[in-house]
Design a protein around this ligand. Structure first.
Ligand SMILES: Nc1ncnc2c1ncn2[C@@H]1O[C@H](COP(=O)(O)OP(=O)(O)OP(=O)(O)O)[C@@H](O)[C@H]1O
Length: 446
């Protein structure tokens, strides 16, 4: 029988209500975490990576219920241990834990943060702050607490005498060592580290990562390591989960994912890693804009609005760059972001004339979206020109109406299903569905 994972996150969701008006009625929800699933096995490090705002911290906080999850399960297969009241736990689902179970679980699952200062009271010696954790969990003997904490302070590479010093007397790296001591003092089996080295200088960063590695073996820890930095994730993780706008888009062993990424978002993140050898550098894939608003996520595949591989409708065969520009143009028109009057005024000022010809306005719009050359498909070019004509004739409604049904990527139509790849590796991208369908039809023909 295969060993149960220490923690199984199943379809976890955290939606923040958006309220408005006099009656504070809920008018929507920010879907910060929107149905993520992954396991953390005993002794392994899972890296959770993605840009700022994609929901990593919310996921972490929901897993240990610093935030109440909206839906889903977090199955904890470890033991709640001696701190628990002794009775067998009613459930293994953290989202269902009562107060007592949650308190015991919080001993076993500790969090460390980017800024460890937040865990230390500036007016309390750091040793007492670490020892307080033991006191809260029932250790009354002050001397014993002090011995345990001094040993830990020593173990994380500081001096035993540091026990009596105050937080402001430590550097950023030293504070993160203290943060680790604090996380370890209750002998946890899981540590969730949320960007623990992001604020540190390169050399200090390396020291903390290597300390974390040593401690993981020594204390037999499982780790969920959150970072936006692919190179850090590569260094520390056994498996990696790539998160985009509340969802996990790719999951697999780190080596496999880094060598053979299956999701265009992962590809883009990987291409941004600085390469010491310029010859080895892959072409940088530019991620335009920021992660969209989770209260209004794009339809279908959430990444399609920024994806360099976004699929074209079956009847189109444009250059991928023109297609991408056309999608951006479409979005801007649909969201009413093009102010034709301003463009007209600009042109008038440049030409020192009152009268700006429609043809010039259209040409300027084409240039703005890098679509100067006629589109390679005659029908697409015709439709594009019609939209431009509506815009320059101040008929944005008509332009929108046409675009509602034109230039729609298949990626925008439905959510991609999860595809399993060889070696415990999965991703969710329409490209694979397309390839699978192509393989299936060739097989049928044989
Ligand atoms: N309390 C809240 N109320 C409403 N929206 C929230 C709340 N907390 C987070 N969000 C939103 O949820 C999304 C995910 O935020 P989160 O902090 O989890 O992302 P992150 O990937 O950890 O980014 P960062 O690294 O910048 O913290 C963001 O759009 C954020 O604005």
């Amino acid at each position: 029988m295969t060993e149960q994972p220490l923690l199984s996150v199943k379809n976890l969701k955290k939606h923040y209500p958006i309220r408005k008006g006099f009656f504070n009625r809920q008018v929507g929800a920010a879907r910060a975490v929107d149905g993520i699933s992954f396991d953390i096995r005993r002794g392994e490090t899972v890296g959770l990576v993605g840009e700022s705002g994609c929901g990593k911290s919310t996921a972490a906080r929901s897993i240990i219920r610093l935030e109440e999850p909206t839906d889903g399960e977090v199955i904890y297969n470890g033991s709640l241990g001696a701190g628990h009241d002794g009775s067998a736990s009613r459930t293994t689902d953290v989202t269902e834990f009562d107060r007592g179970e949650l308190k015991s679980f919080r001993r076993k699952a500790q969090m460390i943060f980017q800024d460890p200062s937040s865990s230390f009271d500036p007016r309390m010696p750091v040793g007492d702050a670490i020892g307080e954790m033991l006191q809260v969990h029932g250790m009354a003997d002050r001397e014993r607490r002090r011995r345990i904490v001094e040993n830990l302070i020593d173990r994380v590479g500081l001096e035993r005498d540091d026990y009596d010093r105050y937080p402001h007397e430590f550097s950023g790296g030293q504070k993160q060592r203290l943060g680790l001591a604090r996380a370890l003092v209750l002998n946890p089996d899981l540590i969730i580290a949320d960007e623990p080295v992001s604020a540190l200088d390169v050399s200090i960063k390396a020291e903390i990562l290597s300390l974390l590695d040593e401690l993981q073996t020594e204390f037999d820890l499982s780790l969920l390591f959150i970072s936006h930095d692919m190179s850090v994730i590569q260094e520390v993780s056994d498996r990696v989960a790539v998160m985009y706008l509340g969802e996990i888009v790719e999951l697999g062993p780190t080596e496999t994912v880094f060598e053979n990424p299956q999701h265009p978002y992962t590809e883009a993140l990987l291409s941004s890693i600085p390469q010491p050898d310029p010859r080895a550098a892959m072409d940088k894939i530019e991620l335009h804009g920021t992660v969209p608003d989770p209260s209004n996520p794009p339809s279908g595949c959430r990444f399609h609005t920024r994806c360099h591989r976004v699929l074209q409708p079956a009847d189109l065969d444009l250059e991928q760059s023109s297609w991408r520009n056309l999608i951006t143009f479409r979005e801007q028109v649909l969201s009413d972001a093009i102010d034709i009057e301003t463009v007209r005024k600009q042109l008038a000022a440049e030409g020192e004339t009152e009268a700006v010809a429609d043809a010039d306005l259209k040409a300027r719009l084409r240039t703005e979206f890098d679509l100067d050359a006629p589109l390679a498909s005659e029908r697409a070019e015709e439709q594009f020109e019609t939209v431009l004509s509506h815009l320059v004739s101040e008929e944005p409604e008509a332009a929108r109406e046409l675009l509602e049904t034109t230039f729609i990527s298949p990626c925008a139509k439905k959510q991609p299903a999860t595809t399993e790849h060889a070696g415990d590796h999965q991703s969710a991208c329409h490209l694979h569905e397309e390839r699978d369908a192509a393989t299936e039809s060739t097989e049928l023909l044989q």
